[in-house]
Design a protein around this ligand. Structure first.
Ligand code: DQA
Length: 250
């Protein structure tokens, strides 16, 4: 079994999959309201989708939201994510600007985990992993395919590549076109758990067809499931309160 990743008091990769709630509000006041809603929902960690934040292109604009999270949810691990347009997110950004933004935010130390997209290249990943680790921040390597589901072999290869590059967790979100694709994602997840347990992985098959993976993925080895307490950040996410009631024990 992969060693769990310890963040605050949370052991990611041990026991039940952890529920991550993404915050996607475009304004600071919107984020404050989202935090109010969060108070009533079962949530193990919070993802700030900083690419959804209106002012994110302005230098240092991330400081106010990070300070807000520090103040309001100091007990919850925070995952900082810039989901670029190339990976289905809201920010079209050069690799240079992506690295600069992540490095500046990491240097503030005001996050527990940082999402780094593999598609920006191995060198970028290694550089950002090093920068994050020097600040005690864990890295979630990530990869997204909003069109299709790669083969099981390709999924495993990519997840292993993220492990090789030093990521603490390796994440892959894919879109199924058929039910068989959902099984492919689960088979790759199980293969990672059984044959490549160097780090925990996070996987999901998106959309309504893949929603089953957000409930049952933990059995196959997925360590985190993303769920809503407000707007969804990807298709197929289920409400966190519902999910918490039905998540099977692993
Ligand atoms: O990478 C992921 C997974 C995700 O795309 C999902 O399908 O739940 C949601 C994103 O917010 C997160 O960064």
């Amino acid at each position: 079994m992969a060693q769990p990743v310890l963040v605050k008091n949370l052991a990611i990769g041990e026991g039940q999959p952890k529920i991550a709630v993404p915050l996607t509000a475009p304004t600071l006041s919107g984020l404050e309201e989202a935090l109010d809603q969060l108070a009533e929902c079962p949530c193990d960690l919070v993802e700030w989708r900083a690419d959804c934040y209106g002012p994110i292109r302005e230098p240092g604009s991330w400081k106010a939201p990070l300070a807000l999270f520090r103040e309001r949810i100091p007990h919850l691990p925070l995952l900082f994510t810039i989901r670029t347009a190339a990976e289905g997110g809201n920010l079209a950004i050069s690799t240079e600007a992506y690295v600069q933004l992540l490095e500046e935010a990491m240097d503030s130390g005001a996050m527990d985990l940082a999402d780094v997209e593999l598609s920006r290249g191995s060198q970028v990943m290694e550089r950002l992993v090093d920068r994050a680790h020097r600040k005690g921040i864990k890295v979630v390597g990530s990869c997204h395919d909003f069109q299709k589901t790669p083969s099981r072999e390709a999924l495993v290869r990519t997840l292993c590549a993220m492990q090789d590059l030093g990521c603490d967790l390796a994440k892959y979100a894919v879109m199924p076109q058929t039910e068989q694709d959902v099984l492919t994602l689960l088979a790759a997840t199980l293969e990672m758990k059984e044959e490549h347990p160097r780090t925990p992985v996070i996987t999901m098959s998106m959309g309504a067809m893949g929603a089953v993976t957000r409930i049952g993925g933990g059995r196959f080895g997925s360590a985190v499931t993303f769920a809503t307490a407000g707007p969804a950040s990807a298709p197929g996410q289920l409400p966190a309160d519902l999910l918490a009631q039905v998540l099977p024990r692993v």
